[in-house]
Design a protein around this ligand. Structure first.
Ligand code: UVW
Length: 306
């Protein structure tokens, strides 16, 4: 749409001063429609424990929580140190990753996104708007069980557009504009089974291996289906090889070029159980990112409601 914008980018599609990228695909019609999916009144909170993983990955730190008696006998207070908004369940915001050659989403320059406070592509733009949409669970663990496939949560396994379509067909879901796709790989459950030395070994890897989104077909697939955001229960959304990790090419293609929010480390197991039990893979999804001006990422504060 814009001269000089990189190939495969949406720069200019939502306006030259756009701050929210593919969240623009969600308008009032999509929210109203998604709200009709609330039938049982069942609520699934998808944020993981704020203190996990521990140790944190990718040179981040685990939150340090202090609880103390402030006014003796009647008032307790607490505070946190080392709060890295991208250490546990998170949204990667549009400041997080740049296209190799062309900078950040919609042409923002490094100097415009590296300072705290209100500014281009900061988390405040999502927070002020809030996120409510139809969520679609793409349960790769369940698919692997049905297929007799081995799915090791700590090893590379590519999730491309053909597999997404296969799973959607099995669940009877046709994608609609503004959907938020939520991928379950079993990573969070597997992590909780690790011993502390195993957790430390995993955190020491530059980028741990995991199943996840993979392939050049993924960005056009998501764009052509007018997907608003994607999230997963793994550390980087995209697939990686143990020790070698991933090249983060989907971070660049989705965040920087398309302006698409990426969710990571969401806890999906109770939602997945419910979707399997009632045969419904779609739900009303809400997320209230932190109103942190200039924020790069945020816990998603995400609920799935059925
Ligand atoms: C990686 O950089 C691998 O993940 P994140 O999106 O959490 O930074």
């Amino acid at each position: 749409m814009r001269d000089g914008a990189p190939a495969g980018s949406s720069w200019g599609v939502f306006g030259d001063d756009d701050e929210i990228g593919t969240l623009n695909f969600i308008d009032a019609d999509q929210v109203r429609e998604a709200a009709t999916l609330v039938r049982d009144g069942a609520v699934f909170a998808l944020n993981w424990d704020l203190g996990l993983p521990s140790p944190a990955f990718f040179e981040r730190e685990t939150v340090k929580h202090t609880v103390f008696e402030k006014y003796p006998g009647f008032a307790i207070d607490d505070y946190i140190d080392s709060f890295w908004p991208q250490a546990s369940s998170q949204w990667d915001g549009l400041r997080h990753i740049a296209d190799d050659e062309n900078g950040f989403y919609n042409g923002a320059k490094l100097e415009e996104v590296v300072e705290p406070g209100p500014g281009r592509l900061g988390m405040e733009h999502w927070a002020l708007r809030g996120i409510a949409a139809r969520g679609v669970l793409i349960d790769v663990v369940r698919w692997a069980q049905e297929e007799g496939e081995t799915l090791d949560p700590f090893d590379f396994f590519p999730i491309g557009s053909a597999l997404i379509d296969d799973i959607l067909t099995r669940r009877g879901v046709t994608l609609r504009q503004g959907d938020i796709l939520v991928f379950r790989t079993g990573w969070v459950e597997a992590y909780e089974q690790l011993t502390q030395p195993e957790r430390e070994e995993l955190a020491a890897e530059v980028r741990p291996g995991s199943p996840g989104l993979y392939g050049a077909d993924v960005p056009p697939y998501l764009w052509d289906n007018r997907v608003a955001a994607v999230a997963a229960d793994n550390p980087a959304l995209e697939a990686g090889y143990p020790a070698k990790g991933s090249d983060l090419s989907l971070h660049r293609a989705l965040i920087a070029r398309l302006g698409m929010p990426l969710g990571e480390l969401w806890d999906l197991r109770r939602l997945a159980e419910s979707c399997e039990a009632d045969g419904r893979a779609t739900f009303f999804l809400t997320s209230a990112p932190l109103r942190l001006s200039g924020g790069v990422g945020s816990p998603p504060n995400v609920l799935a409601i059925k």
